[in-house]
Write a protein that binds this ligand. Structure first.
Ligand SMILES: [Zn+2]
Length: 122
């Protein structure tokens, strides 16, 4: 992969990282002990019954969203680490190079299309 392409992907990863952190901060706070972990805050709409029910509903949505965003954040960080270690773009299963088009579309992919579809079949 060309160094320019890597730089382009790195910029995109940093953008996604910031975006994801911003999205998390809306409803979750960063754990002080672990920089990669966020905790959803319990929403407070009021003390009425329907408000309480809304809060619980929103809270479980928050937790689900939190998990997805945290996973993205972990994937993005590990991709950035791989760029630093010059191991970026290698499939974690078959250790072959991941198609550049795939990486440009989804820069935090850690497996090639072949391995990924194999996994989804199983
Ligand atoms: Zn593979």
């Amino acid at each position: 992969m060309k160094p320019e392409t890597i730089q382009e992907i790195k910029a995109e990863l940093l953008r996604i990282k910031q975006e994801t952190e911003e999205a998390l901060k809306v409803f979750a706070t960063k754990d002080s002990g672990n920089a990669n972990d966020f905790t959803s805050t319990f929403p407070d709409y009021g003390e009425e019954n329907d408000e309480n029910a809304q809060e619980v509903g929103q809270y479980s949505t928050n937790i689900a969203t939190e998990n997805i965003l945290e996973k993205t954040l972990r994937d993005v960080k590990s991709a950035l680490k791989k760029i630093d270690q010059n191991t970026y773009g290698i499939c974690k299963y078959c250790h072959k190079e991941i198609d550049e088009k795939r990486l440009l579309a989804r820069p935090f992919s850690s497996s090639c299309v072949k391995c990924k579809s194999q996994l989804q079949k199983n």
